[in-house]
Design a protein around this ligand. Structure first.
Ligand code: ADP
Ligand code: MG
Length: 419
């Protein structure tokens, strides 16, 4: 058997140690994970799943115990090794996506490469390749707010893969998605593990997901309760079977799907569909909007952003039939969408009107005292994260995650130190 790619020895994470509110988030966990395994960390809310995942990622330092990844003790890594580890060895996917609203889909995906100093042409080529693979190439120049939840998660998966890491870590990646989009994202993970041979560790509390894993780590009260090998999982070879799709075999559903992803060739759609079963395909088609519906909505949204129409008519127009100048959406989708739009607009506003001098001085303090050279965009982003933290809208992890994903690595390191 191969050596473990990840080894966790007696990992303990204790918050507020020695105080009355001490929490033993992880209480002596041992885990070995082997290359190309699909592992699910499973258990009820609060049992320590995320803490274990962050321990493996190096986002959370152990109170006691050790974590080895690819033979390296995370604690003993030099600063340079740690930066390279986060850039090249692991990719992370979160429940809340953590996309940057002011960057296009393509720029979000390529961001990890920007921090590696790769030239714009080659990083964009790689980014587009991943967007095509996940059926979101048409969205490349749109902004995250214009995407469905499932599309956003596909963007964040593309971002996690852009530097081609061996290990993908995902914390409740479908927790925010409707069931069809969730199934689609789970199929992508299956492919990343089965075809791309990435070691995959996914946290979930949903027992329906367990069928995907090679091995399940059951957690309870900060401890590993048991491990379970999934004997029912299909052999990995089965995933490699190529599926040829000829035009005459195309079902009407497939035609619909082609219309949704009209920039894809038949062959590419075929690749995209390898893991789909008929039911999932149908669900997928039903859950995705057509291009026409999306672009009609885009125009309506622009009217709203230019303040030509108010929120009520935004909702009415999205709901109206396309033949009557609407976007032909259903009520539920409209309500969800307009809620998200409002949320995003208020976030943008709070960042734009950032007159909070303490936010500025704290972020400036960190940048100066660690002697970090930041481009203006990263600085604005960093300030907005500090602001959220100061307003207690995010916790320490929220801040670390955002910095980790969206700012140069020096910022993440320094926040880790000062927080
Ligand atoms: P899960 O992901 O399984 O829901 P977590 O790993 O997030 O659980 O949390 C495990 C326990 O640690 C919970 O009781 C949680 O409240 C606690 N915890 C997590 N983060 C912190 C923190 N920053 N400060 C204090 N307690 C925390
Ligand atoms: Mg969690």
């Amino acid at each position: 058997m191969a050596d473990p790619i990840i080894e966790v020895n007696q990992l303990r994470v204790i918050y507020n140690k020695g105080k009355s509110n001490e929490v033993r988030s992880l209480d002596g966990v041992d885990v070995k994970i082997y290359p190309e395994e699909y592992i699910i960390i499973f258990g009820p809310s609060g049992c320590g799943k995320s803490t274990l995942l962050y321990g493996i990622s190096g986002l959370q330092a152990p109170t006691y115990g050790e974590v080895f990844v690819q033979g390296k003790n995370l604690r003993m890594m030099t600063k340079k090794e740690s930066v390279e580890f986060h850039q090249l060895s692991i990719g992370m996917v979160f429940q809340a996506f953590y996309l940057i609203p002011t960057l296009t889909v393509l720029d979000n995906v390529c961001l990890p490469k920007v921090f590696r100093g790769e030239d714009i042409k080659s990083r964009r080529e790689k980014g587009m390749e991943l967007l095509r693979r996940f059926g979101i190439a048409e969205q490349a120049h749109r902004f995250p707010s214009q995407l469905s939840g499932g599309q956003k998660q596909r963007v964040s998966i593309a971002r996690a893969l852009i530097n081609d890491p061996d290990i993908i870590l995902a914390d409740e990646p479908v927790g925010n998605l409707d069931s069809e989009s969730a199934e689609n994202v789970l199929e992508i993970f299956k492919e990343i593990n089965g075809v791309d041979k990435k070691t995959l560790i996914m946290v979930t509390h949903n027992p329906e997901h367990l069928r995907f894993a090679d091995r399940i780590i059951h957690m309870k009260d900060g401890k590993k309760e048991s491990e379970e090998i999934n004997r029912d999982k299909r052999p990995k070879e089965a995933l490699k079977e190529e599926m040829e799709i000829k035009p005459e075999d195309m079902t009407s559903e497939l035609k619909l799907l082609m219309r949704t992803f009209k920039n894809l060739s038949l062959q590419q759609v075929g690749v995209l569909l390898i893991p789909f079963k008929a039911k999932q395909l149908l669900n997928h088609v039903l859950s995705e909007l057509t291009e026409e519906q999306v672009s009609a909505a885009e125009n309506i949204l622009k009217e709203f952003l230019f303040k030509n129409i108010d929120e009520k008519s935004l909702e009415e127009k999205l709901d109206l039939d396309m033949s009557e100048g609407g976007a032909g959406w259903n009520k539920k989708r409209v309500q969800h969408f307009s809620g998200r739009v409002k949320e995003i607009l208020s976030q943008v506003e709070s960042v734009m009107n950032d007159s909070d001098s303490s936010t500025i001085s704290i972020s400036e303090y960190i940048v100066k005292s660690f002697n970090i050279h930041l481009d203006p965009e990263s600085l604005i982003r960093f300030r907005s994260f500090i602001k959220l933290r100061m307003e207690n809208k995010i916790d320490r992890f929220g801040l670390l995650q955002r910095c980790y994903l969206n700012t140069p690595h020096e910022i993440y390191r320094s926040v880790q130190i000062v927080h």
